[in-house]
Design a protein around this ligand. Structure first.
Ligand code: PLP
Length: 338
């Protein structure tokens, strides 16, 4: 099977498993797991931030951040396609007791004017208190779109002027950093909290890290415990994450190249309608004429190619480190015959 359903389907390589096998571990609830401590320090340093905390999922890192930045009854500002709103099980309401102000952004990205227009009047008791904004980079449902860094700087100014915390859902931040030739430290200077996933394009089996100030991470550690996310000898997992950061970041450009190759071939086909601009490792396109999204998904499956229909007329393909150049060639040959 050639599996384009998600970049979460990767399996650890022998080298990664070897790093896991040799990890030194301890009880992380006592903060005594040396490998987790190493990962947390490494990531905090990488972003030029003060502290970090290892968590089992990106949903948990996002939800902890939201919980730490808000009080029940407050409001979170984000794009309507955001993972924090669409795909975290209603967690914003469930965990933080907050409402959401959704912005109708552009391919998953919002701008400073939209943030400003979404902030409620502090003195109006009818309104929830706007407490934070959350950005997603790359934006998953935006087809892996990347923010222009200048736009992020403008949003930060608006947040500062209005006492809003600014969180980054950076599940695929390294895809953006590689695609736009940016540096993690630029992001560390802007955001109050950043969540990164090691289990997506970087190929670790499990793991996300939340990064912030010392005080913020102390608070996050308490919330993580309350959410049931305190882990014990999870250094075996952190070792995979360290391996992923050391070995699998620069190669993301290969995934982006593969995505372009598929996009070029798909665009030639009559049954492919509008395709979101392909900036990183995700392709989202409209299906028309002889196929519906489900029919195309089934047709591809007959050729051992797995894709996901994300709506009645949209297919998503995600490229990752278990997709080889040979698989891309094979897929291109299949697409040409459809
Ligand atoms: C995958 C993903 C997450 C985290 O998902 P988990 O499966 O909980 O690790 C968060 N944000 C975005 C944009 C994602 O794509």
């Amino acid at each position: 099977m050639i599996d384009f359903r998600s970049d979460t389907v990767t399996r650890p390589t022998i080298a990664m498993l070897d790093a896991m096998m040799h990890a030194k571990v301890g009880d992380d609830v006592f903060e005594e797991d040396p490998t987790i401590n190493e990962l947390e320090e490494k990531v905090a340093d990488m972003f030029g931030m003060k502290a970090a905390i290892f968590c089992p999922s990106g949903t948990m890192t996002n939800q902890i951040a939201i919980k730490c930045h808000t009080q029940p009854g407050d409001e979170v500002i984000c794009d309507k396609l955001s993972h924090i709103y669409q795909y975290e099980g209603g967690g914003i309401a469930f965990n933080a007791g907050c409402s959401v102000k959704l912005i109708d952004g552009s391919t998953g990205r919002i701008n400073a004017h939209q943030v400003e227009a979404s902030i409620n009047n502090k003195n109006d008791v009818h309104k929830p208190v706007s407490k934070m904004a959350s950005l997603e980079n790359t934006a998953n449902r935006g087809g892996g779109s990347c923010y222009d860094f200048d736009d992020i700087v403008q949003i930060k100014k608006t947040c500062e002027a209005n006492d809003l915390a600014l969180h980054l859902d950076g599940a695929r931040l390294f895809n953006a950093i590689i695609a736009k030739n940016e540096s993690p430290k630029d992001y560390g200077k802007i955001f109050d909290s950043i969540s990164i996933c090691l289990s997506k394009g970087l190929g670790a089996p499990v793991g996300s890290v939340l990064i912030g100030t010392k005080n913020f991470i102390v608070k996050a550690r308490r919330v993580r415990k309350g959410f049931g996310g305190g882990m014990r000898q999870a250094g075996y997992l952190a070792a995979a994450c360290i391996y992923a950061l050391d070995n699998n970041v620069n190669r993301l450009s290969e995934d982006h190249y593969h995505a372009q190759q598929l996009a070029d071939v798909l665009k030639q086909k009559d049954f492919v309608g509008e395709m979101l601009p392909v900036e990183t490792n995700i392709l989202i396109f409209e299906v028309k004429e002889k196929y519906t999204a489900l029919k195309l998904q089934a047709k591809l499956k007959k050729h051992d190619i797995l894709a996901i229909a994300i709506s009645q007329n949209q297919i998503r393909l995600v490229i990752h480190l278990d997709i080889t150049s040979e698989m891309i060639e094979q897929t291109i040959n299949v697409i040409k015959e459809l």
